[in-house]
Unconditional design. Structure first.
Lengths: 334, 334
DNA sequence: TTGAAAGCGCTACCAG
DNA sequence: CTGGTAGCGCTTTCAA
């Protein structure tokens, strides 16, 4: 474990010069720069991050908070962030705080307060006021991805637009009886609620307010499956179209329909939001978002704000793109 | 941002006493301990981790390496680790190094070498010798989960046993034509290869060596689906049983079978390994492993080794448990 | 263009 | 049981 003192000695310069040469800040003659670099290389010198942090106040680490990594969206965002951070030479420390009180409190109270990062990326959080205050008190830049309100979301698709487009797609195909599938009745996650409201408004604008119907279910593939089995089992109440809160739920519904012998899209149209990795396989029509790219974007934004904290957001929402496959079709005449 | 000096001043003691009182090491009278604690609380004192690290040589951070977080197994292990680390008060820094050369090199060369952790958990890695040397050179304890050989795997199910049990399950049900589905031909991931070999040996012991057949495919749900569509499309070559390398592939195969109108389990039995979150929904018979628990176990092990580096492994593999659902049945008389 | 020296905030040793 | 002091390994003025 050689330190910068060793490097300096081998290169025949002082610690300060070695430091300057290595970090590239301040005047150093090209010749000494080389000698120092060679010395460092030959010694396999690696600076001690704690020493650097203590001296500079920078950790070269970014904190990432998300409720879980087990769902498609979050895993993808995380990989996007990770990949981008690698290029920037920044470490990623992960904080997953599920909805359960215990781990939530530990993360917010014990971990975040340590400020072991130069900035924070908050993904899909629906923080209560106290949490927001906490994050602010950290005095570190925060970039939010698809989150509830922490002074506005920085990176996200335009959910209102996406769900409107999805609903209109079915309406344009002649559907009237269109169900919105997914999300709980109470304790809405912010995104889910946004999407449901968008659906509702679109239905109302089309004069289909009376047909609007929300079928709740856990926002997972099996959740969508179970709920769809119930929903579709009785022909008299069966809708002709389903707008799912996301692709996982949509795919669950498609599987349910198949299981019940209901043909998709001939007898039932299903549309999702995401463009999940399974969408292709199920030929799911959906509104594509690109979580990996959102992760990368969040990193760029955060890097900027770390470099210059006076910069404030103003990112316009990404636009989801309709990917037409074969889970939707013109409604059969009556 | 008050430091320990402020705490000391407010409490009317020296920095050293404050430090001892706060860390709970060394003699401090109960009375001063209280006063210091109160002072710290009233000031909202949070120790600077870089200062602590510099002084103690401990980072209170654990590094986690995995190839991806987008597959079920890895995401679950990660959450298990995270949850357990939270209790220990340890930070988690994540390194995902996919198989691509570029990110692999960055992670190993630039990130790992910084030693920003007290220990490392390597999940599902198949490191080449150079990588192993690298990890050793870090001089930090390493715990491996379901990985290839880094001086033996610490935490994993007994894959040989699991796949033997799976294969025997089908053989016991009278199946003869049993295909092993999943994994590439070349560049085996260690686990996949282990499982295939176990299948092969079991078939041979049962005198069915001639029937053994490996159908390769990407180890993902759509991968299993595609391959199974091909495999099952021609009745004359269709097996009566499939042992899948993991549940994702197994479920892909079940979906393929349904799509082709082949009844599971009446005409085709499918068995997996994992007990994936979708297994229930597809009524998949499988050998259950518990990745969350494996993550937690890895943390316990690592914590021990960090506390006392002389301790060396000796963990015996976990035993997967057969979960019988309805994707397997006695073979139909021919 | 370079070097000496003063911290960054904490722990740990050694006296008392 | 408590306080003074010397680092931990680096960066960063400030002089030279």
């Amino acid at each position: 474990m050689s330190g910068i003192a060793d490097v300096a000695r081998v290169a025949g310069v002082s610690k300060s010069t070695a430091s300057r040469a290595l970090s590239g800040s301040g005047y150093v003659s090209e010749d000494t720069r080389r000698r120092v670099a060679d010395a460092a290389a030959s010694l396999g010198y690696v600076p001690s991050t704690s020493a650097v942090s203590l001296a500079t106040g920078r950790t070269r680490t970014v904190g990432v908070m998300m409720p879980t990594v087990t769902r498609w969206f979050f895993a993808e965002v995380l990989e996007g962030i990770q990949h981008s951070l690698l290029q920037h030479g920044l470490d990623l420390t992960l904080y997953t705080a599920g909805p359960d009180r215990a781990s939530h409190d530990i993360v917010y109270r014990d971990f975040l307060s340590q400020r072991r990062f130069d900035g924070l990326i908050a993904v899909g959080l629906d923080p209560v006021d106290r949490d927001v205050d906490m994050m602010r008190s950290l005095e570190r830049p925060v970039v939010t991805v698809a989150s509830g309100d922490i002074a506005g979301v920085d990176v996200a698709i335009d959910d209102e637009y996406a769900v409107r487009r999805a609903t209109e797609h079915l309406i344009d195909l002649g559907h009237r009886s269109i169900v919105f599938l997914g999300g709980p009745r109470a304790h809405w996650a912010h995104v889910d609620e946004l999407r449901f409201r968008g659906y509702l408004r679109t239905m109302e604008s089309a004069g289909l307010g009376a047909h609007a119907h929300h079928v709740t279910c856990p926002v997972t593939l099996p959740g969508g499956f179970e709920a769809a089995v119930d929903l579709l089992s009785y022909p008299e109440q069966r809708p002709t179209g389903i707008v799912a809160v996301c692709d996982e739920v949509a795919i669950g519904a498609i599987i349910a329909a198949r299981r019940l012998g209901i043909s998709v899209p001939a007898e039932l149209s299903v549309i999702g939001i995401d463009d999940h990795e399974y969408a292709e396989m199920f030929s799911l029509t959906t509104l594509a978002q690109n979580p990996r790219q959102q992760g990368a974007l969040a990193v760029d934004l955060l890097a900027q704000r770390i470099a210059d904290p006076t910069i404030v957001g103003g990112v316009k929402p990404l636009r989801a793109r309709l990917v037409s496959r074969h889970s939707t079709a013109r409604v059969r005449e009556g």
